[in-house]
Design a protein around this ligand. Sequence first.
Ligand code: SF4
Length: 356
Amino acid sequence: MKKRIIPIFVPHRGCPHDCIFCNQKKITGVSTDVTSEEARNIIEEYLPTIPKDANVEIAFFGGSFTAIDEKTQNELLSVAKEYVDKGLVSDIRMSTRPDCISIDILNRLKEYKSSIIELGVQSLDAKVLHDSARGHDIESVINSAHLIKDSGIKLGLQMMVGLPSDTEEKCIETAKKFIELDPHCVRIYPTLVVKDTGLETLLNRGEYTPFTLKESIQIVKKLLVLFYVNNINVIRVGLQATEDIQLGKGIVDGPYHPAFRELVEGEMIKDYLHYLVIQNKTVSQIEIKTNNKNISKVVGNKRSNKVFFKDNFNINMKTTPINLSEDEFIIVLDNNKEINIKSEDMYKELFNIYSL
Ligand code: SF4
């Protein structure tokens, strides 16, 4: 069943913090606080555009939902609950801070039929959390994650890559600790320098250098493999493009690319093919037969994977769209050796290739 999300942004409202990377008003593209009437209007506008058989979710994104004053939370939630009670919506999702969760809060959210809570964790390294002015510690993440799971509400975890003091090793450690918490879903965001944030000040003073696009891809591919082999659904990689989320506009620096996830997945396929080439020594041609939807990833951004094999190994790479499911690939080496592989098995191979 198709999933459809009705997003309601709750920018900065109620959040007493000022994380170094955050300017919620820029991130959400909305700068006014949403009222319950506006929330109702948003839902009513979306519903007629959604196919009848879709699984519909109302998602309160943006600020820290459970840090908003309780009365406003309840007003917004009771509007959302009405649509769950009418059978028009199946889930209510919200994002919040790890230190804004308690048993009482969870009980109240459950009364309004909230079903998914995403914690903005960002990192599970103490120095990264400190240098990013998050204002919470690792302990509060672990406690809240357990409380959410024990309450029966699904747990989502969000991480950022490239915050101050961050490294590849710390990102991988964070992903491994996420896996121990067994979340229902994960989001991964490369850190971008947003206008009017503490990070912009650090950047201008020369005290912060964002990860490059290339570095971010090299790290995120390993995170994806870790999550995929552990059957954790990664529901988003990279910020969604909006009018403000573009380099030179709301974003002043950082590894922004509108198709970041595709770049990462293309790199993973390249790495697997590279491994096959090394194993099979004298290859002069690779043909990849797969679903048409995978072809651009296989070829790479601006044909980068084709160029890589031609320039480094003098190998011609050919792609053939065929009627296969999206998670299957047939790789033919020199017209004589055929490898049929499913994505999940490719991820297992990559887990070893990346020494995770
Ligand atoms: S807690 Fe969330 S909303 Fe508040 S400043 Fe930090 S990132 Fe922004």
